[in-house]
Design a protein around this ligand. Sequence first.
Ligand SMILES: Nc1ncnc2c1ncn2[C@@H]1O[C@H](COP(=O)(O)OP(=O)(O)O)[C@@H](O)[C@H]1O
Ligand SMILES: [Mg+2]
Length: 397
Amino acid sequence: MTDALRVGVFFGSRSVEHEVSVITAQQAMAALPADRFVPVPVYIAKSGAWYTGDQLLQLDRYRDIDRLIAASTRVTMRPDPTSGGELIEVDGRRGLLGGSARAADRFDVAMPLVHGSNGEDGTLQGLFELAGLPYCGCDVASAAVSMDKRLSRTTLRGAGIPVLDDVMVSRARWQGEPDAVCADLARRPGCPMYVKPRRLGSSIGVARVETDEALRTALEVAFGYDTSILAEAAQDGGIEINCSVLGSGDDVQASVCEQPVSSGTLSYADKYLSGAKGKGGFKEPAAGMKSSQRIIPAPISDALTTRIQETAMASFRAIGAAGVTRVDFLVSPDRDSFVVNELNTLPGSLSFYLWEPSGVHFDALLTRLIDMAIARHREQQATTSSIDTWLLTGRPG
Ligand SMILES: Nc1ncnc2c1ncn2[C@@H]1O[C@H](COP(=O)(O)OP(=O)(O)O)[C@@H](O)[C@H]1O
Ligand SMILES: [Mg+2]
């Protein structure tokens, strides 16, 4: 086991999708092939503090976070290329323990599994870039663009991929002239519309607005979660279809499609809490996205499936994504046309429930993500990032 790779699995974080991330990470750490990899959990608490330790591998310990944290080791990482993947022990109040830094653990490759802000949005990826460490999934730019519904739609539109038109409003304008904002949105896109935070996920802060009177409340809620929001026309009477894409560059493949099932807007509860009842009548959270109400493969024609898979791969390439992404579509009532609603570059449960029926088992999916991370890192190391100049030293001689 000495040459097993240590995989630093980062999850939790300052994100409204914190709990979902804990579930995704537990599923992934349990499925990592033990003959090749050792999971090194790095739990990022809601405060932003990092913790490691074996107890973080047990989902039931998360019922009492304070106790779990107290039993774990608080760590941090140097952001420079000397870090070597070391997780350095820190004292919450005094910073680094003692005079010299003590490594509590270390990892060879990072697997960021944070959904949403402070993780899926390019921030963690930026840290691994600075530290010169290999990491799974999207790079900084593709993660950041995908997290931002406005920027991702602009990019997709530029690649000729169908997306909805939206109206963006900043919090500053909303605070300055709320009546004018409501009047503008009532005109365009008009009701019924969807109001959503610009950079969030899991349906948090998303509202369907039927009447002008309900608009104000929807905006107040959405602005609580982001500094800008999008409003767009409701696409009614159709269905939602999701398709996952795996790979990088031109080497990509699409999964089978799923139809998530819900009454109206797919909510946080639809997505994560609809699984079987666990012991004592609790909903069993461990099921995560796997437990949602969904039809796999989606009951749509082969021709539509193929068009959606091709568009999902084209979207993945347009954004420059890598790893595993889920592309979500809104399909018209006649099932003839569709738009890409959004890309999730860190989909719930890493979309493994779409890959299993596509012939890629979860352990193979994880292995692929890690192999791609290492290949990209090698590629980067073979790329020049500094040049010798005489600019500061003066020309010799
Ligand atoms: N324009 C729209 N028309 C119809 N339904 C929508 C529209 N926008 C969002 N929804 C519904 O709301 C859900 C959440 O919106 P989405 O844009 O996917 O945000 P999130 O990033 O939070 O998942 C979608 O899955 C869908 O059920
Ligand atoms: Mg969504």
